[in-house]
Write a protein that binds this ligand. Sequence first.
Ligand SMILES: Cc1cc2nc3c(=O)[nH]c(=O)nc-3n(C[C@H](O)[C@H](O)[C@H](O)COP(=O)(O)O)c2cc1C
Length: 195
Amino acid sequence: MEKFELKVIVTSTRHERKGGAVANWFFEKAKNHELFNVELLDLKEIDLPMLDEPNHPMQMNYQYAHTKLWSEKVAAADAFVFVIPEYNYGMPPALVNAIDFLFKEWNYKPAALVSYGGISAGLRSAQMAKLIMTTVKMVPLTEAVSIPFFAKKINAEGIFLSDSPIDNSYEVMMKELVRWTRGLVAMRKNMEREG
Ligand SMILES: Cc1cc2nc3c(=O)[nH]c(=O)nc-3n(C[C@H](O)[C@H](O)[C@H](O)COP(=O)(O)O)c2cc1C
């Protein structure tokens, strides 16, 4: 069976961040998915500087090794899952920056959001991220994993423990992600043929 490339992007970069626990939970679940090869891309490790390329990313005329490496990783994806916190009712700046570095590498690929926060479950951040994602022609999904009061679900060992509503939203979101991944892979192939 054909497998698709899913990149799970960890978007919080703070020292002692909690997002790693949520991302690990997601990764451990998703890595057994029958239709996806799953890779974790951690923006903290990838460590992009603030956008420093002189040219618009549409030109793909990248000057710096960090951009070329990031371009390769994103270009290899068929689908994305963004694990996203909420800062001041908004999305993390590291994610805005990482998106801005590239353009075509994001185009016509689905993006699912796993957001976490207090009472908001990170939803304001997720909604803000969708605005920017659509500008680089990603297709953000309606179905999402939205985790309120997430810190209460992290145990003393730093492990995120989900519950059945969260597990259920995971299943619903992944089903939708498969649909969009298939559809958009076919669309990108058609576009390649058309030239
Ligand atoms: C600068 C800053 C702003 C925050 N703003 C929000 C917010 O608007 N909504 C919210 O639910 N939590 C907010 N929080 C709390 C975060 O949900 C919490 O710190 C969480 O651990 C952040 O994810 P991270 O640890 O992966 O960076 C904020 C935290 C920081 C550091």
